[in-house]
Design a protein around this ligand. Structure first.
Ligand code: ADE
Length: 221
């Protein structure tokens, strides 16, 4: 898979893509991630990428030209263009699964007070990572990239994400490791008795219980 990210702040991504699972996925060539500063595509003599809004109002608005030119330079037949924006579709684990099967994603990070409405016409999908407003789409695109890359076959063991929270609309069951007793808190005995059928039942029950308590909205689905 190839992911091209359009941002005015490519340095923000340095940490996240050079650590842990994403780093390994890149080294193992499971994913290629490229950062593009769309300021480089600006035809303005001062490389301006924003301007004042028509009709007045506060703040600056990202202009069409640099983003259009950058997307058009990167786009291939099988590309999916995604815009990160708080008014996009709420992001869900199922979308991460669907996107992890794509060949090429182009992700646009909005910034400042907003972007020219016509930029939406470039995009196949608009995604919000939650009902709050970030200073830009950078953090949102990192969330998107991280959640997608871990699902690319071979990046982590399939069994590690088979039981992820949100699969089958259930939260994950509780897990424990050594020691068996930590400050008086015991590991449930069913997990140490070696009866795999019982362990499976226990995990399923705990998963449903936890979902009922914390996210009853998921069970309604
Ligand atoms: N840009 C700013 N806020 C955002 C959000 N909540 N989701 C996606 N992109 C954003």
């Amino acid at each position: 898979m190839k992911i091209d990210i359009l941002t005015l702040f490519p340095e923000m991504f340095e940490g996240i893509f050079s650590q842990s699972i994403i780093k390994r996925a890149i080294l193992d060539k499971k994913v290629e991630i490229n950062l593009h500063n769309f300021r480089d595509y600006s035809k303005d003599p001062h490389h301006k990428v924003d301007d004042t809004p028509y009709g007045g109002g506060s703040g600056m608005v990202l202009t069409c030209q640099p983003i259009f030119d950058c997307v058009e330079a990167l786009k291939e037949d099988d590309s999916l263009v995604i815009l990160m924006t708080p008014d996009g579709i709420p992001y869900k684990q199922q979308m991460a699964y669907d996107l992890s099967k794509k060949k090429h994603l182009i992700i646009i990070c909005g910034h400042y007070e907003g972007f020219d409405e016509r930029i939406r016409s470039l995009c196949d999908l608009e995604i919000s990572i939650g009902d709050y407003v970030l200073t830009g789409g950078e953090l949102a695109s990192m969330v998107l990239t991280d959640s997608i890359v871990r699902l690319i076959p071979g990046v982590i063991e399939t069994s590690s994400h088979q039981n992820d929270s949100f699969n089958n609309n259930l939260l994950d069951y509780p897990t424990y490791t050594k020691p068996r007793n930590f400050r008086g808190m015991e590991v449930p005995s069913v997990l140490v008795n070696g009866d795999h059928k019982k362990i499976e039942e226990y995990r399923k029950e705990e998963s449903i219980k936890r979902t009922k308590e914390r996210r009853p909205d998921l069970l309604e689905k």
